[in-house]
Design a protein around this ligand. Sequence first.
Ligand SMILES: Nc1ncnc2c1ncn2[C@@H]1O[C@H](COP(=O)(O)OP(=O)(O)OP(=O)(O)O)[C@@H](O)[C@H]1O
Length: 227
Amino acid sequence: MYELRGVTKRYTRGKEAVVALDSVDLAIADGDRLVIQGPTGGGKSTLLQMLGALDRPTAGEVTLDGTDLAKLSEAKLTKVRSENIGFVFQSFNLIPTLTAQENVETALVPLGIKGKDRRERAAEALKSVGLGERLGHLPSEMSGGQQQRVAIARALVKEPKVLLADEPTGNLDESMRDEIMDVLERMWKELGLTFIMVTHDSSIAKKAPRVATIRKGRITVKENAGA
Ligand SMILES: Nc1ncnc2c1ncn2[C@@H]1O[C@H](COP(=O)(O)OP(=O)(O)OP(=O)(O)O)[C@@H](O)[C@H]1O
């Protein structure tokens, strides 16, 4: 479970200081599905970076299962990320010269999983997102929706506790958006993930059980009884 207490993130741009997060308190239980929305520049991506241990807060605590991420060394943070946290981004971030299977395998390299085991797990993950027939395809040989499914398989092949997604449907048209949301929702249910997603899309936010809105670095959270 995540617990954020008084999380503040300040960036300095020249002489100007920007408060991207302003004393954010937030608890996210294991297995929760949380959507983060808000106006551009409000602090959504910054919050996701704190949750993903990609950056440290200026002040406050970000604890994951009781460990304060801000206090860990870089080496320990890398370990937490590679074992426990899967990331999916708007721009799929696949390696263009690697096949779908090889892209997924990259997530298992830091865990020391080798050879046949790695190939089998990557193939299995691609099958679970409906790409069992596309293992040998390069990103350039796949549609946007298929590339995002490879990215989802790469995020989930290591069986993380947490999946963080930053605008995962932002580069996709409406039909692919629905397809990707269906895959993400199915994975959340099947794998018991804690799933946290930033989106501008209000139709996605309407279906989420819990929605956090961030404006000017301040957070409000609403339960969505109908979802
Ligand atoms: N590395 C950085 N250096 C300086 N300022 C930054 C940096 N990253 C973000 N900011 C600033 O922090 C504030 C919050 O940015 P953030 O990217 O978290 O917002 P966002 O809600 O994700 O916006 P968007 O919807 O446009 O992606 C903005 O004012 C932004 O300009």
